[in-house]
Design a protein around this ligand. Structure first.
Ligand code: ZN
Length: 296
């Protein structure tokens, strides 16, 4: 996807993009694990909330005895949890990288969630753990001191232990209600993580024109009411949608008719308009200032 754009800092953008995809894959693994073990019906992923500040939690599990916060981490290599200052140091292929301590991140999120619960007059213990979702286990040279840190496979055992430890405070109905409240608040606070380039302080110098084919070429041509790839020969009516999505992920949260004409490599603004609408984009503004947004 990145090869559509010429940016001022490609190496950095590629690194960030890779890390993001690895993070998403890790989260998906956590999701599958929790579903397989049928740990609880009250599991939420990627929850955005607001207490004294905005915060986002990878995974929240609501139970009758406690609320569990899981932060998934996907950092491979030799890891040392250092103190003074608290940080995570990773050595991989001889390269040393420093990250914010996952413990600090988790503690901050737990603190904010406690605040949030208090504001909603819900009294229940909040516990947390950092879950390692890397495909190969990292080598831990120096362990963290304060909060539990575990590999994906040990989450069910940890969960069962905690359940035995905390007495039930909330009924099943209370749990459902709390989960519902979290879902509603998440809808209200959800902040889009796109577009990425502005957030990464990466400038787009130019954009390769053309609708991308699944074969990787940018050579799709408008042919009657479909797109035809001159390289691999396939026809795909909806090929422009993936290309438009790349724009919203990386460049801007709006696209004008003129920008769409350039991106899709077409001349007719009438066809552009039709394509933008058929992609299910949301039209905002009026007259000459009409722009379209992606329905995230
Ligand atoms: Zn093709």
């Amino acid at each position: 996807m990145l090869n559509r754009f010429v940016v001022d800092n490609l190496e950095f953008a590629e690194m960030k993009w890779k890390a993001m995809q690895a993070g998403d894959a890790g989260e998906a693994q956590l999701r599958i694990l929790l579903e397989n073990y049928q740990l609880t019906e009250h599991v939420l992923f990627n929850v955005s909330l607001q207490a004294s500040g905005k915060f986002q939690i990878d995974c929240i599990v609501v139970t009758g005895g406690f609320v569990l916060v899981l932060e998934s981490k996907n950092i491979a290599g030799e890891l040392s949890f250092e103190e003074n200052p608290t940080r995570l140091v990773r050595v991989r292929n001889g390269v040393v990288t420093t990250f914010e301590s996952p413990e600090i991140q988790l503690e901050r999120n737990m603190q904010l969630l406690r605040q949030w619960l208090t504001r909603h007059q819900i009294s229940i213990p909040v516990i947390g753990a950092v879950v390692w979702t890397t495909s190969s286990y990292p080598l831990i040279m120096k362990s963290p001191k304060h909060l539990p840190m575990m590999f994906l496979s040990t989450v069910p055992t940890f969960f069962t232990q905690q359940q035995a430890h905390f007495p039930k405070i909330l009924t099943k109905e209370d749990c459902s209600e709390l989960t519902k409240l979290l879902v509603e608040e998440n809808e209200r606070c959800k902040f889009s993580r796109y577009p990425l380039f502005p957030r990464w302080q990466t400038k787009v110098l130019s954009i390769k024109q053309g609708v991308r084919c699944v074969c990787g070429s940018f050579a799709m041509q408008r042919n009657k009411s479909s797109w035809h790839c001159e390289v691999c020969g396939i026809y795909d009516k909806r090929a422009h949608i993936a290309t438009l999505k790349e724009w919203f992920i990386f460049v801007k949260d709006t696209i004008s008719n003129r920008e769409a004409c350039y991106l899709l490599g077409i001349e007719s603004r009438h066809i552009a308009k039709r394509l933008l609408k058929s992609a299910g984009l949301i039209e905002t503004g009026g007259g000459r200032s009409i722009v379209y947004k992606w329905p995230w």
